[in-house]
Write a protein that binds this ligand. Structure first.
Ligand SMILES: [Zn+2]
Length: 60
């Protein structure tokens, strides 16, 4: 599955982020996300499911 960046339309690759501010005040460590060559980061539904399962985030 190819994911295209919504901001710059470049192809995104799966990477591990050492530290990422998911939302204000919510810092995630060593999380898997998608990143484009320009540095934009996005999370797929699958990634969000994992984060939620691990208790990093809570969906309303
Ligand atoms: Zn981008």
């Amino acid at each position: 599955m190819t994911i295209i960046c919504g901001k710059c339309e470049k192809e995104m690759k799966e990477i591990e982020l050492k530290e990422y501010e998911f939302e204000e005040g919510i810092i995630l460590n060593n999380v898997i996300a998608m990143q484009c060559p320009s540095g934009h980061v996005t999370f797929t539904e699958e990634h969000v499911d994992i984060l939620e399962h691990c208790g990093f985030i809570q969906r309303i």
